[in-house]
Design a protein around this ligand. Structure first.
Ligand code: DAT
Length: 176
């Protein structure tokens, strides 16, 4: 895969509130990779099949999302940011990062976001059960999955440095 793409494709996943968007923006700024926030894309391009009243969110049309992203992902050099990871084609990604946060920290971040109690409980439960880590390990080769803590600013900085170093190594390997 490495030789045919303009740059690596990275997936940053994790429960809502773990820091995906902030991390992806910082990595994109530092590396020039394009940040694709799937939630924002779903809204902009209406890649959904309605509204889920119970969980207060759009019901994503996964096929439409994959169709909308296929050419962009084939070209390479993207950071995709999404809380799910099992419906993307495995071949798209060179690195999958799963961010994690402690329950109380996550709860506070989601409260600040004005999520309803149901939605906060659902997401914190998802984090406690390691749902996204398991989904990532079931969907991608284990050696491309990195699980990183994202509780504090220094942890976020360390994650960003680590991902940027990985991108630099990918680029060097592609030139060799
Ligand atoms: P996500 O995209 O996973 O939903 P986000 O990037 O929007 O998460 O972050 C949610 C909030 O938490 C936002 O106010 C930034 C803050 N945050 C995220 N990761 C953090 C970290 N490692 N340390 C401190 N604050 C963090």
């Amino acid at each position: 895969m490495t030789g045919s793409r303009a740059g690596p494709n990275i997936l940053i996943t994790g429960t809502p509130g773990t820091g995906k968007t902030t991390t992806a923006e910082l990595v994109a700024g530092a590396t020039g990779l394009r940040h694709l926030n799937v939630g924002a894309l779903v809204k902009e391009q209406e890649l959904h099949s309605g509204w889920d009243e119970e969980f207060d969110c759009h019901v994503i049309d996964e096929d439409k999302v994959c169709d909308a992203l296929e050419d962009i992902m084939t070209a390479g050099a993207n950071i995709v940011d999404h809380h799910g990871c099992d419906f993307f084609p495995e071949r798209w990604f060179d690195l999958v990062v799963v961010l994690q946060a402690d329950n109380t920290i996550l709860w506070e971040r989601l409260e600040k976001r004005k999520y309803g109690l149901n939605k906060i409980q659902e997401n914190v439960q998802c984090e406690i059960m390691h749902v996204i880590v398991e989904e990532a390990l079931e969907s991608y080769r284990q050696d491309i999955v990195q699980v990183l803590p994202s509780n504090t600013v220094p942890e976020m900085e360390s994650n960003v440095d680590r991902i940027c170093a990985w991108v630099a190594a990918w680029k060097q390997a592609a030139q060799a």
